[in-house]
Design a protein. Structure first.
Length: 201
């Protein structure tokens, strides 16, 4: 293959066969015209430990199908901790149907009476919204939010982190957002900015 010269690029990916995250590096070898992708580490420990620190909190979800859709999205991305704050209907056959195989996420889901209960033990809370409400705390996009999480875990490896999603029709109230340290704004078309809950997750 040639003499190894160095890494020219590194990317995180989701393995299609196992749906687990991994890292791939593009290695450059002497004598090769193009760098070669080499999968060098599945996040069996460090990466999965990061994902296991993040809980997805859904507040007052009205349609159980959206809970199932969110569970499916979570499993796609390697997340497993789902917390439901006062859902209108759960457990539900609609949730299980929409989960499309992510039944384990639903079975392990925690149901909380209040957002305060759902956030117990969290040292970092990020609240999501499709609307830019001009509220007085840091506003980040989803990509920057990921970096915020990683930076926080570098400072405190034992931290618990919550990503909070609001109601389908109204999102999070300002009082609920005041329980968050960051406001995550998901960019969308200004004329139709309301995202489906499962799609937002």
């Amino acid at each position: 293959m040639g003499e190894y010269l160095g890494v020219v690029k590194e990317e995180a990916r989701i393995l299609p066969e196992s749906r687990q995250p991994c890292v791939e590096e593009k290695w450059l070898f002497h004598g090769n015209l193009q760098p070669a992708w080499v999968r060098f580490a599945v996040f069996d420990q460090s990466g999965l430990q990061v994902l296991n620190k993040v809980r997805v909190v859904l507040v007052n979800t009205s349609h159980p199908g959206n809970i199932g859709g969110a569970a499916r999205a979570m499993k796609n991305m390697g997340l497993s901790r789902l917390v439901l704050v006062d859902p209108k209907e759960f457990p539900s056959g609609d949730a299980r149907a929409r989960a499309s195989g992510a039944d384990d996420i639903l079975e392990q889901a925690q149901v909380a009476a209040t957002l305060e209960e759902a956030l117990a033990g969290c040292s970092l809370v990020l609240g999501t919204s499709a609307r830019d409400r001009r509220l007085p705390w840091p506003l980040v996009n989803p990509r920057d939010a990921g970096q915020v999480v990683l930076n926080h875990l570098q400072d405190d490896e034992q931290a618990d982190i919550a990503l909070v999603f609001g109601r389908e029709h109204a999102g999070l109230t300002n009082d609920e957002l005041h329980q968050c340290q960051y406001h995550v704004h998901i960019p969308s078309d200004d004329s139709f900015s309301s995202l489906n809950l499962a799609a937002a997750v």
